[in-house]
Write a protein that binds this ligand. Sequence first.
Ligand code: FSX
Ligand code: SF4
Ligand code: F3S
Length: 314
Amino acid sequence: MDDKNTIEKKLSEIGVSRRDFMKFCGLVTTALGLSAAAIPRVAEAIMIKKRPPVVWLHFAECTGCTEAFFRSTYPWAAEIILDTISLDYHETIMTAAGYQAEEILDKTIRENKGNFIAVVEGAIPTKDNGIYGRMGGRTFLEIGRKVLVDSNPIAVLCVGNCASFGGLQAAAPNPTEAKSVGEALDLKTINISGCPPNAINIVATMVHYLLLEKLPALDEYNRPLFAYGKSVHDQCPRRSHFDNEEFVQEFGDEAAMQGWCLRQVGCKGPETFNNCPIVKFNDGTSWPVEAGHPCIGCAEPEFWDALSPFYEGE
Ligand code: FSX
Ligand code: SF4
Ligand code: F3S
């Protein structure tokens, strides 16, 4: 059976139309900055390529990242991706609980040492040897050392601001001395930041690995450049109004700022790097600024402290 038929067969098994699937692949391709000509290769990478198992850990967080990923507009996308990435352990969706769940985790990392991908949500409390974050009798620090350091995964993908930079848990006064996964464990991680991050960027990072057999290039905060290479402001359609001399001449500075740009109500688009204006959320429907809400800088380190108050102007 050729690749095209294999994809068709898999799609019909889960009741997904080829049209919807290709649209989803189009969004992933856009996020990766590839031309539309690459869509068939992205589709193959998602549906056909053989891949390493994935372990998905939760530390201190609100689980919003998982929610954003699993409840995307394409409910089947998570199903395909989970099958695609052969997810072995995910505390939110796995049926096993208690000792059984712990056993699955231990077995997966034992049998796949050095050959699995780890996805992590949440920050790690470090005060008093990490006792403020525990699961199954082990601290997040201990679990992190065992799974993310000693078991030597191919890559550690930090999903969300909390795992990437500490997020809300690390905001002042940070009573548990919560830290990013990289800082708490002295580890190089790939940071897919945002609170929550865009599901398309999570999938695109995995597809990058499946397609090109290497991890994506990163910025100074270890975020994939394909998604975080430009500021929100540089890609914002509202920007054209205050950059557009004709508009300013006709309607004046004030209209350019007040009617369109949200800077005066506190938009942090100029300080924030993310591809929201291009990839958008909810099946490419909209994103905060398009919906009339200023960007609050959710993809940036320490945004709770450094970029608040969120709703005041300069
Ligand atoms: Fe943090 Fe994610 Fe914000 Fe929540 O896992 S990035 S609080 S959306 O859930 O970690
Ligand atoms: Fe920049 Fe925000 Fe204004 Fe858009 S709304 S142009 S991101 S400041
Ligand atoms: Fe976050 Fe700003 Fe995008 S708040 S979702 S980075 S527009």
